[in-house]
Design a binder for this molecule. Structure first.
Ligand SMILES: [Zn+2]
Length: 323
Protein backbone atom coordinates (compact mmCIF):
# COMPACT_ATOMS: atom_id res chain seq x y z
CA UNK A 1 0.00 0.00 0.00
CA UNK A 2 1.31 3.45 -0.93
CA UNK A 3 1.37 5.60 2.18
CA UNK A 4 2.96 8.74 0.80
CA UNK A 5 6.59 9.85 0.86
CA UNK A 6 8.77 12.42 2.52
CA UNK A 7 11.97 13.49 0.75
CA UNK A 8 14.66 15.96 1.78
CA UNK A 9 16.68 17.93 -0.71
CA UNK A 10 19.63 20.24 -0.14
CA UNK A 11 19.54 23.08 -2.69
CA UNK A 12 21.97 25.89 -3.44
CA UNK A 13 20.41 29.33 -3.10
CA UNK A 14 23.47 31.40 -4.03
CA UNK A 15 27.25 31.51 -3.89
CA UNK A 16 29.01 33.70 -1.31
CA UNK A 17 32.10 35.80 -2.16
CA UNK A 18 34.43 33.16 -0.66
CA UNK A 19 32.98 30.52 -2.97
CA UNK A 20 31.03 28.89 -0.15
CA UNK A 21 27.67 27.73 -1.37
CA UNK A 22 24.70 29.01 0.54
CA UNK A 23 22.30 26.09 0.76
CA UNK A 24 19.02 25.29 2.40
CA UNK A 25 16.83 22.24 2.93
CA UNK A 26 13.54 21.59 1.16
CA UNK A 27 11.12 19.00 2.53
CA UNK A 28 8.64 17.49 0.08
CA UNK A 29 5.68 15.44 1.27
CA UNK A 30 3.88 13.56 -1.49
CA UNK A 31 0.58 11.89 -0.81
CA UNK A 32 -0.48 8.54 -2.19
CA UNK A 33 -3.32 10.34 -3.95
CA UNK A 34 -3.03 13.27 -6.34
CA UNK A 35 -4.09 16.70 -5.19
CA UNK A 36 -3.02 20.34 -4.94
CA UNK A 37 0.40 21.67 -3.94
CA UNK A 38 1.04 23.85 -0.90
CA UNK A 39 4.30 25.79 -0.52
CA UNK A 40 5.21 26.92 2.99
CA UNK A 41 8.38 28.61 4.19
CA UNK A 42 9.74 30.19 7.36
CA UNK A 43 12.57 32.48 8.49
CA UNK A 44 13.08 34.82 5.58
CA UNK A 45 13.74 37.09 8.52
CA UNK A 46 16.05 34.82 10.48
CA UNK A 47 15.13 35.98 13.98
CA UNK A 48 11.50 34.97 13.32
CA UNK A 49 12.07 31.42 14.45
CA UNK A 50 8.54 30.45 15.55
CA UNK A 51 7.79 29.61 11.91
CA UNK A 52 10.76 27.24 11.79
CA UNK A 53 9.63 25.51 15.00
CA UNK A 54 6.09 25.38 13.56
CA UNK A 55 7.38 23.48 10.52
CA UNK A 56 9.30 21.00 12.70
CA UNK A 57 6.14 20.16 14.64
CA UNK A 58 4.02 20.13 11.49
CA UNK A 59 6.50 17.55 10.14
CA UNK A 60 5.96 15.38 13.23
CA UNK A 61 2.20 15.70 13.14
CA UNK A 62 1.40 15.52 9.43
CA UNK A 63 -0.50 12.25 8.76
CA UNK A 64 1.36 11.35 5.55
CA UNK A 65 -0.87 8.33 4.92
CA UNK A 66 -3.89 10.66 4.65
CA UNK A 67 -2.24 13.19 2.34
CA UNK A 68 -3.65 13.84 -1.17
CA UNK A 69 -1.29 16.12 -3.07
CA UNK A 70 2.06 17.72 -2.26
CA UNK A 71 3.45 19.95 0.46
CA UNK A 72 6.79 21.70 -0.06
CA UNK A 73 8.27 23.13 3.15
CA UNK A 74 11.37 25.29 3.63
CA UNK A 75 12.11 25.79 7.35
CA UNK A 76 15.01 28.22 6.85
CA UNK A 77 14.39 30.33 3.75
CA UNK A 78 17.23 32.70 4.62
CA UNK A 79 20.20 30.99 6.34
CA UNK A 80 22.13 34.30 6.48
CA UNK A 81 19.63 36.15 8.64
CA UNK A 82 18.99 32.95 10.58
CA UNK A 83 22.66 32.70 11.64
CA UNK A 84 22.79 36.40 12.46
CA UNK A 85 19.47 36.18 14.40
CA UNK A 86 18.55 39.25 12.41
CA UNK A 87 15.77 40.71 10.32
CA UNK A 88 17.87 41.83 7.37
CA UNK A 89 21.25 40.91 5.91
CA UNK A 90 24.33 43.12 6.41
CA UNK A 91 25.52 45.09 3.43
CA UNK A 92 28.56 42.83 2.94
CA UNK A 93 26.13 40.22 1.59
CA UNK A 94 23.58 42.37 -0.15
CA UNK A 95 24.07 46.12 -0.24
CA UNK A 96 21.26 46.59 -2.77
CA UNK A 97 18.45 44.58 -1.18
CA UNK A 98 19.09 43.99 2.54
CA UNK A 99 15.53 42.74 3.14
CA UNK A 100 14.81 39.43 1.38
CA UNK A 101 11.07 40.01 1.59
CA UNK A 102 11.17 42.98 -0.78
CA UNK A 103 12.53 41.41 -3.95
CA UNK A 104 10.23 38.52 -4.92
CA UNK A 105 10.05 36.83 -7.41
CA UNK A 106 13.82 37.36 -7.38
CA UNK A 107 16.31 37.43 -10.23
CA UNK A 108 18.88 34.74 -11.07
CA UNK A 109 21.32 37.40 -12.22
CA UNK A 110 20.55 39.88 -9.45
CA UNK A 111 21.85 40.60 -5.96
CA UNK A 112 22.31 37.83 -3.40
CA UNK A 113 18.77 38.01 -2.03
CA UNK A 114 17.37 38.16 -5.55
CA UNK A 115 19.26 34.99 -6.46
CA UNK A 116 18.07 33.22 -3.29
CA UNK A 117 14.47 34.19 -3.96
CA UNK A 118 14.71 33.18 -7.62
CA UNK A 119 15.76 29.65 -6.60
CA UNK A 120 12.87 29.33 -4.13
CA UNK A 121 10.47 30.87 -6.64
CA UNK A 122 10.87 27.78 -8.86
CA UNK A 123 9.04 25.93 -6.03
CA UNK A 124 6.63 28.79 -5.30
CA UNK A 125 5.49 29.12 -8.92
CA UNK A 126 4.42 25.46 -9.04
CA UNK A 127 2.21 25.74 -5.96
CA UNK A 128 -1.54 26.27 -5.66
CA UNK A 129 -1.22 28.20 -2.39
CA UNK A 130 1.54 29.91 -0.42
CA UNK A 131 2.02 30.31 3.32
CA UNK A 132 4.95 32.57 4.26
CA UNK A 133 5.45 32.22 8.02
CA UNK A 134 6.65 35.30 9.87
CA UNK A 135 6.56 36.54 13.45
CA UNK A 136 6.22 40.05 14.70
CA UNK A 137 7.81 42.50 17.01
CA UNK A 138 8.59 41.56 20.62
CA UNK A 139 4.92 41.79 21.55
CA UNK A 140 2.47 41.09 18.75
CA UNK A 141 -1.00 39.59 18.62
CA UNK A 142 -0.97 36.62 16.21
CA UNK A 143 -2.71 37.43 12.94
CA UNK A 144 -2.72 36.61 9.25
CA UNK A 145 -2.18 39.18 6.48
CA UNK A 146 -3.71 38.82 3.02
CA UNK A 147 -4.38 41.06 0.06
CA UNK A 148 -7.50 43.20 0.33
CA UNK A 149 -10.02 42.23 -2.36
CA UNK A 150 -8.36 38.86 -3.09
CA UNK A 151 -11.10 36.45 -2.06
CA UNK A 152 -9.06 33.25 -2.51
CA UNK A 153 -6.28 34.58 -0.28
CA UNK A 154 -8.88 35.71 2.22
CA UNK A 155 -10.36 32.19 2.32
CA UNK A 156 -6.88 30.79 2.96
CA UNK A 157 -6.37 33.31 5.79
CA UNK A 158 -9.73 32.35 7.31
CA UNK A 159 -8.76 28.68 7.15
CA UNK A 160 -5.48 29.35 8.97
CA UNK A 161 -7.68 30.51 11.78
CA UNK A 162 -6.18 33.29 13.88
CA UNK A 163 -8.80 35.50 15.57
CA UNK A 164 -7.49 38.57 13.78
CA UNK A 165 -7.03 38.88 10.01
CA UNK A 166 -5.44 41.95 8.48
CA UNK A 167 -6.15 42.85 4.88
CA UNK A 168 -3.65 44.99 3.03
CA UNK A 169 -4.23 47.12 -0.05
CA UNK A 170 -1.73 46.52 -2.85
CA UNK A 171 -0.57 48.16 -6.08
CA UNK A 172 -2.79 51.02 -7.25
CA UNK A 173 -4.99 50.70 -4.14
CA UNK A 174 -2.01 51.09 -1.81
CA UNK A 175 -0.73 54.34 -0.38
CA UNK A 176 2.58 56.01 -1.15
CA UNK A 177 4.28 54.47 1.90
CA UNK A 178 3.44 50.94 0.71
CA UNK A 179 5.25 51.63 -2.57
CA UNK A 180 8.13 53.50 -0.97
CA UNK A 181 8.82 50.59 1.39
CA UNK A 182 8.94 48.13 -1.50
CA UNK A 183 6.01 46.03 -0.29
CA UNK A 184 5.25 44.96 -3.87
CA UNK A 185 8.29 42.69 -3.50
CA UNK A 186 6.91 40.68 -0.59
CA UNK A 187 6.58 36.98 -1.38
CA UNK A 188 2.89 37.11 -0.51
CA UNK A 189 2.24 40.02 -2.88
CA UNK A 190 4.35 38.61 -5.74
CA UNK A 191 2.63 35.22 -5.49
CA UNK A 192 -0.86 36.75 -5.36
CA UNK A 193 0.12 38.79 -8.42
CA UNK A 194 0.71 35.46 -10.22
CA UNK A 195 -2.75 34.32 -9.19
CA UNK A 196 -1.53 32.06 -6.37
CA UNK A 197 -3.54 32.55 -3.16
CA UNK A 198 -1.07 33.62 -0.54
CA UNK A 199 -0.97 34.54 3.16
CA UNK A 200 1.50 35.80 5.75
CA UNK A 201 0.78 34.52 9.25
CA UNK A 202 2.50 36.70 11.86
CA UNK A 203 2.93 34.33 14.77
CA UNK A 204 3.95 36.82 17.49
CA UNK A 205 7.33 37.65 18.95
CA UNK A 206 10.77 36.82 17.67
CA UNK A 207 13.91 35.07 18.98
CA UNK A 208 11.92 33.00 21.49
CA UNK A 209 9.93 29.83 20.91
CA UNK A 210 6.46 30.61 22.19
CA UNK A 211 4.35 27.52 22.71
CA UNK A 212 0.99 29.17 22.03
CA UNK A 213 2.17 30.88 18.85
CA UNK A 214 3.78 27.70 17.53
CA UNK A 215 0.68 25.62 18.31
CA UNK A 216 -1.46 28.19 16.53
CA UNK A 217 0.92 27.89 13.57
CA UNK A 218 0.75 24.08 13.42
CA UNK A 219 -3.03 24.00 13.75
CA UNK A 220 -3.23 26.75 11.15
CA UNK A 221 -1.20 24.76 8.64
CA UNK A 222 -3.22 21.60 9.25
CA UNK A 223 -6.44 23.57 8.71
CA UNK A 224 -5.03 25.10 5.52
CA UNK A 225 -4.33 21.51 4.35
CA UNK A 226 -7.94 20.51 5.19
CA UNK A 227 -9.28 23.58 3.42
CA UNK A 228 -7.25 22.75 0.29
CA UNK A 229 -8.27 19.09 0.34
CA UNK A 230 -4.72 17.93 1.07
CA UNK A 231 -6.02 16.33 4.25
CA UNK A 232 -9.48 14.97 5.05
CA UNK A 233 -11.73 16.79 7.49
CA UNK A 234 -13.36 20.19 7.73
CA UNK A 235 -12.10 23.54 8.90
CA UNK A 236 -14.06 24.62 11.99
CA UNK A 237 -16.46 27.58 11.89
CA UNK A 238 -14.79 30.61 13.41
CA UNK A 239 -15.53 34.09 14.60
CA UNK A 240 -12.80 36.26 13.15
CA UNK A 241 -12.24 39.98 13.02
CA UNK A 242 -10.98 41.59 9.84
CA UNK A 243 -9.04 44.80 10.12
CA UNK A 244 -6.75 46.92 7.99
CA UNK A 245 -3.01 46.42 7.87
CA UNK A 246 -0.39 49.17 7.92
CA UNK A 247 -2.45 51.95 9.35
CA UNK A 248 -2.56 53.23 12.89
CA UNK A 249 1.14 52.98 13.66
CA UNK A 250 1.97 55.15 16.64
CA UNK A 251 5.59 56.31 16.56
CA UNK A 252 7.84 57.99 19.12
CA UNK A 253 8.03 61.79 18.97
CA UNK A 254 11.28 61.76 20.92
CA UNK A 255 14.12 59.43 21.87
CA UNK A 256 14.36 57.88 25.31
CA UNK A 257 12.88 55.01 27.29
CA UNK A 258 9.37 53.85 26.45
CA UNK A 259 7.27 52.56 29.29
CA UNK A 260 4.10 50.90 27.95
CA UNK A 261 0.95 51.66 29.90
CA UNK A 262 0.68 48.94 32.58
CA UNK A 263 -2.16 46.51 31.99
CA UNK A 264 -2.26 47.11 28.25
CA UNK A 265 -2.25 43.88 26.25
CA UNK A 266 -2.08 43.12 22.57
CA UNK A 267 -5.37 41.83 21.19
CA UNK A 268 -7.28 44.37 23.25
CA UNK A 269 -9.97 46.66 21.77
CA UNK A 270 -9.03 50.26 22.41
CA UNK A 271 -10.52 53.65 21.60
CA UNK A 272 -9.02 56.83 20.21
CA UNK A 273 -7.12 58.63 22.94
CA UNK A 274 -6.33 55.49 24.99
CA UNK A 275 -2.94 56.03 26.67
CA UNK A 276 -0.35 53.62 25.23
CA UNK A 277 2.69 54.61 27.28
CA UNK A 278 5.26 57.30 27.90
CA UNK A 279 8.63 58.03 26.35
CA UNK A 280 10.75 59.75 28.99
CA UNK A 281 14.25 61.15 29.27
CA UNK A 282 16.23 58.54 31.26
CA UNK A 283 18.48 61.19 32.85
CA UNK A 284 16.12 64.01 33.76
CA UNK A 285 12.97 61.79 34.05
CA UNK A 286 11.15 64.36 31.96
CA UNK A 287 8.25 62.88 29.97
CA UNK A 288 8.91 63.49 26.26
CA UNK A 289 5.89 61.89 24.64
CA UNK A 290 2.61 60.65 26.07
CA UNK A 291 1.61 58.24 23.32
CA UNK A 292 -2.11 57.71 22.72
CA UNK A 293 -4.09 55.68 20.21
CA UNK A 294 -5.02 57.74 17.18
CA UNK A 295 -8.11 55.66 16.41
CA UNK A 296 -10.56 53.07 17.71
CA UNK A 297 -9.39 49.56 16.89
CA UNK A 298 -7.45 46.50 17.98
CA UNK A 299 -4.06 46.92 19.58
CA UNK A 300 -2.03 44.29 17.74
CA UNK A 301 1.56 45.31 18.46
CA UNK A 302 3.15 47.03 21.44
CA UNK A 303 6.86 47.76 21.76
CA UNK A 304 8.48 46.11 24.78
CA UNK A 305 12.09 46.88 23.96
CA UNK A 306 12.22 50.11 25.89
CA UNK A 307 15.07 52.07 24.33
CA UNK A 308 13.53 53.94 21.42
CA UNK A 309 14.68 56.63 19.03
CA UNK A 310 12.39 59.26 17.56
CA UNK A 311 10.31 57.75 14.76
CA UNK A 312 10.41 54.20 16.16
CA UNK A 313 7.14 52.34 16.24
CA UNK A 314 5.57 52.18 19.71
CA UNK A 315 2.27 50.47 18.94
CA UNK A 316 0.02 49.42 16.07
CA UNK A 317 -3.76 49.76 16.13
CA UNK A 318 -5.72 47.99 13.40
CA UNK A 319 -8.88 49.60 12.09
CA UNK A 320 -11.69 47.05 12.15
CA UNK A 321 -13.45 46.40 8.81
CA UNK A 322 -15.69 43.46 9.71
CA UNK A 323 -16.51 41.59 12.87
ZN1 LIG B 1 9.15 38.81 8.88
Amino acid sequence: MNTGTHTVEEVTLARLPSGVELTTTIHTYRGAEDGPTLYVQAAQHGREINGTETLRRFHERLPLEELSGTIVAVPVANPLTFDLVSYITPEEFDSVNPNMNRIWPGDEGGSLHQQMAARLWTEVSRADAIVDLHTGSPDMYPHVVYREGDERSRALAEAFGTDLLLSEEADEDANEEWHRRGFAGKLRVAAAEEGIPSITPELAHNKQILEDAVEEGVEGLLDVCRYMGLLPGDVPERNQTIARNHLGQVTADGSGLFRPEPGLEVGQDITEGTPLGTVYDPRTYEPLHEAVADRDGILYALTREATVTAGDQLASVALVREE
